[in-house]
Design a protein around this ligand. Structure first.
Ligand code: GLN
Length: 384
């Protein structure tokens, strides 16, 4: 049988590749972004209770109403946003699914989507599979700021959407109010949609605020904002997330969603609805993860790697400029094989594999794990 690939240029995601290599070499895996500490037991108990209470059949395709109400309350408290839980929120099996569904909802063949690279690696395939074209703009190395003049130059009548992601994967960069103002002025009086990937909404450091699109009613009218319970509650394997949009856009999103997975996991939704009452569980996350970033950064100062400051997310990038001539992909493979530490090469997040000799570390780990990785990295000069 011959299949005409919809994604002829696409291989296996770097996360699968590096995690498999980590397992093969028994390396400390600071590559793929997932915590190695246990999630909250109370939330596990709530799932168990929900199952025992018989909440094991489909919930509404839009998601459990109680959970959507709690999410609307959360953002009313956090950002004074006024979200209609019934019309504007849909629960999805993960943040990546929410992104895919939003793109599929709006994209037609030939449409252009502006993305900023390095970009989370699902964006391009999700655009291409819908027959649309990614227009890639490189963030300014090394501070990874958005070059807004270039965005203005690339916007044209085919531009259907701009994807933003803050806190940013893989760099940890965070959008400022000036960025939001630039975005607003570019999309004003156009039909350009915004996809805002906010899965790291609470993992934000140095007293910065998450300038969520949910704060700006005018921007939300044209936006799909995607979130992840897995990132907030340390359960990435649950694959639970949600999308918030305007009522009109959400109606179309739901048309696509209902014939893809129909509805998301029921007992998890009952449990999450109860657990959302615990505001500390998300409000304290920034401080907790900042401690991890700083702990790791201090350890890394005893290695030859130079940090590129992260202000949010699970990640901090480090440069190995001057330490090796290897490409970042080969360098990452050698780090796993020779030193037993797995990282993600940042070129994997560029369509043309732009290589600034930067690797991404996930610090969402126990201190002992970070210490072990750093101890190994301190041996770097003996082995390279
Ligand atoms: N979001 C996580 C990361 O960037 C993992 C995503 C995945 O494995 N698909 O590492």
């Amino acid at each position: 049988m011959h299949i005409q690939s919809k994604l002829p240029q696409i291989g296996t995601t770097i996360f699968t590749t590096m995690s498999s290599l980590a397992t093969e070499y028994n390396a400390v895996n600071l590559g793929q972004g997932f915590p190695d500490f246990e999630m909250n037991k109370e939330l596990i108990d709530l799932v168990h209770a929900a199952m025992l209470q018989g909440n094991n059949q489909y919930v509404h395709s839009n998601g459990l109403a109680l959970l959507r109400d709690r999410i609307a309350e959360k953002y009313a408290n956090l950002y004074q946003s006024n979200i209609d839980a019934d019309k504007q929120i849909t629960i999805t099996p993960g943040g990546t699914y929410a992104i895919y569904t939003a793109l599929t909802t709006v994209l037609n063949a030939g449409d252009e989507v502006i993305i900023f690279e390095p970009a989370y690696d699902s964006y391009i395939p999700n655009i291409v599979v819908n027959g649309a074209k990614p227009i890639c703009i490189s963030l300014q190395y090394p501070n990874y700021a958005i070059p807004w003049n270039e965005v203005r130059a690339k916007v044209n009548s085919k531009t259907k959407m701009i994807i933003i992601n803050s806190p940013h994967n893989p760099t940890g960069a965070v959008l400022s109010q000036e960025d939001i103002n630039e975005l607003r002025s570019i999309v004003a009086n156009t039909n350009i949609f915004i996809l805002s990937d906010e899965v790291y909404e609470h993992l934000i450091f140095d007293d910065l605020k998450n300038l969520s699109i949910l704060r700006y009613q005018d921007l939300l009218e044209r936006s799909f904002v995607c979130f992840s319970f897995g990132k907030t509650y340390h359960c990435t394997g649950w694959k639970m997330g949600y999308c918030i949009s305007s009522a009109a856009l959400m109606q179309e999103f739901r048309k696509v969603h209902q014939f893809n997975c129909f509805s998301s996991n029921s007992p998890l939704q009952f449990a999450l609805a109860s657990y959302l009452n615990n505001q500390d569980a998300y409000n304290l996350l920034g401080k907790q993860f900042q401690q991890k970033r700083d702990f790791f950064r201090n350890l890394m100062q005893q290695t030859p790697f130079k940090f590129i400051p992260s202000q949010g997310s699970y990640f901090e990038c480090y440069s190995y400029e001057g330490l090796s001539n290897l490409s970042d992909k080969d360098f990452a493979i050698q780090l796993t094989k020779k030193l037993g530490v797995t990282v993600i090469p940042v070129s994997a997040f560029y369509h043309n594999e732009e290589d600034n000799k930067v690797i991404r570390f996930c610090f969402a780990k126990q201190e002992a794990t970070l210490q072990l990785a750093a101890n190994r990295l301190m041996q770097f000069e003996n082995l390279f």
